[in-house]
Design a protein around this ligand. Structure first.
Ligand code: DLL
Length: 457
C-alpha cells in the first residue's frame, strides 16, 4: 500500500546536479513554488481521504464539523478541517490513530509520558524510508556529506531523536557512530579517537560536552568536528555563536516532533543559517492564533505573523496527521537557500512552556538571549518560580553560573546588568542568583530550564 497519490507531472527541477555547496539535491528541493503547491494539493487531498476512510477519530471529527474530504478543493480549504491535539493521541492510546493494520507497522516510537499517558506513533517501511530521506536532506543542508563520520549523541530508544538521526545519516552515506546521550567522558574519548566530522545532539548537550572537554584539559576547538546539527529544544542565535566559537564548528538547526514524524520535518542550510526550511513536499504548515479555538480558514494567520505552528502530513501511511497543533510558537518566512520551501522563524517557546509572571509572558529563550550577551555569565541557567509564604505574588529567580575565569565580585555587577536587561526587554522583575561554575545540573538531552516550586492548586 502506498499513500503517494497519483501526482502531477513534475517538470525538470530548476536546478539539477551539483548545488553551490557541492551536494546533489533532491528534485523536490529545487522545485518552483507552483510545482510544490500542486504536489501539496494532490497529496493533501489524498491524505484527508485516506485519514477519513481509515482512522475512526478523523471520521468522527470531520463528521462532527460537517466537513468531508471532498470539500478540500484548494490548499486554503485545509483551514476548515478540525485540529488534532496531543490529547487526541492520548485518548487513542496506544494504536487507535494508526491507519494500517499492525502487521504493516514497521516501528513505533513514544513520548516519555511524564505528563500523562505517553503518545505512541507508528511508521510503515515506506514512512521510515521517507523519514530517513528527509533527515538526510537536513544533514546535507547543514554541511554533512556522504563519507563523513557522524557522531550521533541524540538518545536512542523510544525517543525519535536517536534512531531518526541515525537512519538519516546512514541514508546520506555517512559512517554513523551510534553513541546516544549521556556518558559524557566516553563521548569525548570517542570524539578524540574516531575523529568524527559532525555531531548530532541537542544544543544544551553539546554545551555539556564542550564544557566537560574544557574541564578535562581538552581544547574544544581542537577536535575533528566541523559541523553540528542541533535540535529537539529551543535555542537562540546567541547559543549558536557560543557553540560555534567554543567548538570551532558550524552549527545548524534541525526541527521535528514525533507526532508529525520526528527530527527532519525542517532543517537549516549552512550557507545561510537563517532558520529551518520546512520540507513542504511532505508537510503542509500553517500558523494559527493559539487562543482562537475556531479552526476556520479565515483564522489561519498569514506568513510572517507569529502564532502556533500546525502541521498536516502529506505522505505518511501509518499515522497520517491532520492539522496537528504543535504548541510551538513561531512564524513562517519565505524560503531562501531552498526558495520554494518556507522557513520557520526560531521557535520562541512552546505555549505550554510560557511563564506568566504577574501578567507578563516570558520564555526561557528570552533569558538565554539576554544572558549570553553579558560576558561574565555562562549559558548554564535555571528559572525558578516560587510564591513566598503569605505573598500572592510569584517570584522568578534566575540562577545562572558565572564563567570560569570571572570573580565573584565581577559577577555581582553582571547580575545587576542581567536583572536590568530582563526588566527592560521582557518587562519582568526578577532576582538573579549568580552561582559557582559547574553547580547547576547539566543536560544530557532536552534540558529542563523551568523549576516551578509554586504551591499547586
Ligand atoms: O524532539 C524530535 C527531534 C529530535 C527534533 C532530534 C530534532 C532533533 P519530540 O520529543 O516529540 O521530538 O519533541 C518535539 O521539541 O514540538 C519542539 O517544542 C521541540 N523542538 C524540536 N526541535 C526543535 C528545534 C523531537 N530545532 C518538540 N528548535 C517540538 C526548537 C524544537 N524546538
Amino acid at each position: 500500500m502506498t499513500l503517494h497519490a497519483p501526482e502531477p507531472a513534475v517538470a525538470a527541477p530548476t536546478e539539477t546536479g551539483a548545488h553551490p555547496t557541492g551536494a546533489a539535491l533532491d528534485p523536490e528541493e529545487t522545485m518552483s513554488r507552483d510545482q510544490l503547491e500542486a504536489l501539496q494539493l494532490s497529496r493533501l487531498q489524498h491524505t484527508v481521504t485516506y485519514a477519513y476512510d481509515r482512522v475512526p477519530l478523523y471520521k468522527r471529527k470531520f463528521d462532527d464539523a460537517g466537513i468531508h474530504p471532498s470539500d478540500l478543493r484548494e490548499l486554503a480549504d485545509l483551514g476548515n478541517f478540525p485540529f488534532t491535539t496531543k490529547e487526541d493521541l492520548r485518548q487513542e492510546y496506544p494504536f487507535g490513530m494508526f491507519a494500517v493494520p499492525q502487521s504493516e507497522v514497521a516501528r513505533v516510537h513514544a513520548s516519555s509520558g511524564t505528563t500523562g499517558r505517553p503518545t505512541v506513533v507508528g511508521y510503515t517501511k515506506q514512512d521510515l524510508a521517507d523519514w530517513a530521506k528527509l533527515v538526510a536532506r537536513c544533514l546535507r543542508a547543514s554541511g554533512v556529506r556522504p563519507g563523513m563520520k557522524v557522531h550521533n549523541a541524540y538518545g536512542y530508544g523510544l525517543f525519535t531523536g536517536g534512531l531518526g538521526a541515525h537512519a538519516g545519516a546512514e541514508a546520506l552515506g555517512c559512517t554513523v557512530i551510534p553513541m546516544s546521550g549521556g556518558q559524557t567522558e566516553r563521548q569525548i574519548q570517542l570524539i578524540q579517537d574516531f575523529e568524527p566530522d559532525a555531531i548530532l545532539a541537542t544544543p544544551t548537550y553539546l554545551l555539556t560536552i564542550a564544557d566537560a572537554m574544557a574541564h578535562m584539559g581538552i581544547d574544544p576547538t581542537s577536535t575533528s568536528l566541523k559541523y553540528a546539527v542541533l535540535g529537539a529544544e529551543p535555542w537562540t542565535q546567541e547559543m549558536r555563536h557560543e557553540l560555534e566559537v567554543t567548538m570551532n564548528i558550524k552549527a545548524c538547526d534541525i526541527y521535528g516532533l514525533s507526532e508529525v514524524m520526528g527530527p527532519g520535518v525542517a532543517g537549516e542550510c549552512v550557507e545561510t543559517q537563517d532558520g529551518s526550511h520546512i520540507w513542504e513536499d511532505h508537510f503542509r504548515p500553517e500558523i494559527i492564533d493559539p487562543f482562537n479555538p475556531d479552526p476556520g480558514k479565515e483564522n489561519v494567520l498569514g506568513d510572517g505573523e507569529h502564532g502556533e505552528l500546525v502541521f498536516t502530513s502529506l505522505t505518511k501511511e501509518a499515522l497520517p496527521i491532520i492539522r496537528y497543533r504543535t504548541k510551538d510558537l513561531t512564524r513562517l518566512l519565505p524560503g531562501t537557500a531552498r526558495p520554494a520551501h518556507r522557513r520557520m522563524g526560531r521557535i520562541t517557546g512552546r505555549s505550554d512552556d510560557m511563564i506568566i509572571l504577574r501578567g507578563v509572558n516570558l520564555f526561557p529563550s528570552q533569558i538565554e538571549e539576554i544572558a549570553l550577551r553579558i560576558p561574565e555569565l555562562s549559558p548554564h541557567f535555571q528559572l525558578v518560580l516560587t510564591r513566598p509564604e503569605g505573598q500572592r505574588m510569584d517570584q522568578l529567580t534566575v540562577k545562572i553560573e558565572r564563567r570560569d575565569n570571572v570573580t565573584a565580585a565581577d559577577s555581582t555587577t553582571a547580575a545587576r546588568t542581567l536583572q536590568e536587561q530582563i526588566k527592560i526587554h521582557v518587562g519582568s522583575s526578577c532576582t538573579v542568583d549568580v552561582v559557582e561554575p559547574g553547580s547547576l545540573e547539566r543536560s544530557s538531552g532536552k534540558l529542563r530550564r523551568i523549576y516551578d516550586m509554586r504551591p499547586k492548586g
